[in-house]
Design a protein around this ligand. Structure first.
Ligand code: MLT
Length: 410
C-alpha cells in the first residue's frame, strides 16, 4: 500500500493563486461578455518585456550551446561561478558575502519551500500574518503544524499579526521560537522594515538561537537609500539569517526563472544532542542531490542584469511599476479607502469598505469592475478585511483600473 503524506489533507483550499484563477475562470464562463474587460491585478506577475541586456546575453548563450567548442552540458548545481561572482560583487557589495555562499536556483518560491529540508521537525516557527502563503503551506506539508481552523490558521505555528493597528510591524514572539520568516519589502502589505526594526529581529534570533528566513524578493523596490535591502546590512545577521532573492520582480524573470539564496558559512543549527552543524554544508548537499542547476542561457541573462545597461533597464522597470503603484494608491485614496504600501513595493494593500470582507471585495471588484485583486484573507487570518492590488501591469491597464475604482467607490 502506498501511503500518502496526510499532512497535505490539512490544506483545505487550493493554493491561493490557482484558487483565484479557478474563480476567475468560473466568472468568465458565466459572464463571457463582462470577461472581455478583465484586468488582472491579482498575482504579482510582471507584464513588461525582458530587459534587452538579458535578452541579448541569453541569445548569445544559446548560440554558444549551438557550437561543439562552446557547448555545455550539466552546469554546477550551485550555479556558474560567473553569476555567483556577479551577485556577490553587485547585490552584496561591501557586505562581505562570498560567491561560494550563494546558491543559484529557479525561484524564491521553490527556495523558501525547499529550505525546510535542512531543518528538523518539532520546531517552533514564527510567521507574520498576513504572509506569502508558501511559508505556511510548506510547513503544513512538512508536518510542522497541527490542523487548520476556519480562519486558515494552523495549530503549532506562532502567528505575528501585522495590521493597521500595529503599523504592520510584527511584535517579537512572546515565546521562544526556532525559525522566523520575514519578508521585506513585505508581500502582501507592501510595508518596509527599518534598520532598527531588523536589528531587533537579529538580536532576538541571536539571543534565542533562532534562524531568520529573510525573503528579499522585492528589494529592488526600496526607494529610500536609508532603508535596508538586505538583512546582511544588520550587524550579526550572518550568524542568524538566510536570505532569499530573485530576478523575477526586478528583471522580469517570472517566466524565465532564476533566483538565489545566501547561506553564510558561519551560520549553524543544532543536532538534538547539541552539536553545531553549518547550514551551508547541509544546503550544498541538498541542492546538489535534488537540483541540477538553472540553464546556462538563463544564468547568462541573469548575469547581464548586473551590467551597466542591465542596471539601468532594471531601474526603468522598477520606476514603471512604482509609477503604477502610485496611481493605484491615489485612486483608492480619492475614494476614501484606507491604503497602505505601494511606496517601497509593487503592492498596494487596501482596507475593505465597512461591511465587506476580503472575498466579498474580490467578488465585488470582479463583478462590478472586472478587475482581479487578491483577497487579504488568502494571505492569512489577519489579512481579513483587506485586499491587495498588484501594480505589475501596463500603464494603460492601471489607468483603466483607476477609472473603474472611481466608478465603483467614487
Ligand atoms: C504574489 O502575487 O504574491 C507573488 O507574485 C507570487 C509569487 O511570487 O509566487
Amino acid at each position: 500500500m502506498a501511503r500518502i503524506n496526510e499532512n497535505f489533507l490539512k490544506l483545505k483550499a487550493g493554493y491561493l493563486f490557482p484558487e483565484i484563477a479557478r474563480r476567475v475562470n468560473a466568472f468568465s464562463d458565466a459572464e463571457p461578455e463582462k470577461a472581455i474587460r478583465l484586468i488582472r491585478c491579482g498575482i504579482g506577475d510582471v507584464t513588461e518585456p525582458l530587459p534587452p541586456a538579458a535578452r541579448s546575453a541569453m541569445k548569445e548563450a544559446v548560440d554558444e550551446l549551438g557550437e561543439r567548442e562552446s557547448f555545455r552540458g550539466y552546469g554546477p548545481e550551485q550555479g556558474y561561478e560567473f553569476l555567483r561572482q556577479a551577485v556577490a560583487e553587485n547585490a552584496y557589495a561591501g557586505l562581505g558575502v562570498d560567491a561560494d555562499e550563494i546558491f543559484v536556483s529557479d525561484g524564491s518560491k521553490c527556495d523558501t519551500g525547499n529550505i525546510l529540508d535542512i531543518f528538523g521537525g518539532g520546531q517552533k516557527i514564527a510567521i507574520t500574518d498576513p504572509v506569502y502563503p508558501v511559508y505556511v503551506d510548506t510547513n503544513v506539508m512538512a508536518g510542522n503544524t497541527g490542523e487548520g481552523d476556519d480562519s486558515g490558521q494552523f495549530a503549532g505555528l506562532v502567528y505575528l499579526p501585522c495590521t493597521a493597528e500595529n503599523d504592520f510591524t510584527p511584535a517579537l514572539p512572546e515565546e521562544k521560537v526556532d525559525l522566523i520568516y520575514l519578508c521585506y519589502p513585505n508581500n502582501p502589505t507592501g510595508t518596509v522594515a527599518t534598520a532598527e526594526q531588523l536589528e531587533k529581529w537579529v538580536d532576538y534570533a541571536r539571543g534565542n538561537d533562532a534562524v531568520i528566513l529573510y525573503d528579499a524578493a522585492y528589494e529592488a523596490y526600496v526607494q529610500d537609500a536609508g532603508l535596508p535591502r538586505s538583512i546582511y546590512e544588520i550587524r550579526g545577521a550572518r550568524e542568524c539569517a538566510i536570505e532569499f532573492r530573485s530576478f523575477s520582480k526586478n528583471g522580469g524573470f517570472t517566466g524565465t526563472r532564476c533566483a538565489f539564496i545566501v547561506i553564510p558559512k558561519e551560520l549553524t543549527g543544532s543536532t538534538a544532542g547539541g552539536e553545531r552543524v553549518a547550514l551551508h554544508g547541509l544546503w550544498a548537499r541538498r541542492h546538489s542531490t535534488k537540483f541540477n542547476g538553472v540553464s546556462y542561457p538563463v544564468q547568462r541573462a541573469a548575469e547581464a542584469l548586473f551590467s551597466v545597461e542591465g542596471k539601468t533597464q532594471i531601474r526603468n522597470l522598477v520606476e514603471h511599476y512604482m509609477g503604477n503603484a502610485a496611481l493605484l494608491k491615489e485612486a483608492c485614496e480619492r475614494c476614501g479607502l484606507a491604503v497602505y504600501g505601494g511606496e517601497h513595493s509593487p503592492y498596494v494593500w487596501v482596507r475593505c469598505p465597512e461591511g465587506v470582507d476580503s472575498w466579498g471585495m474580490f467578488d465585488k471588484m470582479l463583478q462590478e469592475a472586472q478587475v482581479v485583486v487578491t483577497p487579504g484573507a488568502g494571505f492569512g487570518a489577519a489579512g481579513e478585511g483587506y485586499f491587495r492590488i498588484s501594480a505589475f501591469n501596463s500603464r494603460e491597464n492601471v489607468e483603466e483600473v483607476c477609472a473603474r475604482i472611481a466608478e465603483v467607490f467614487g
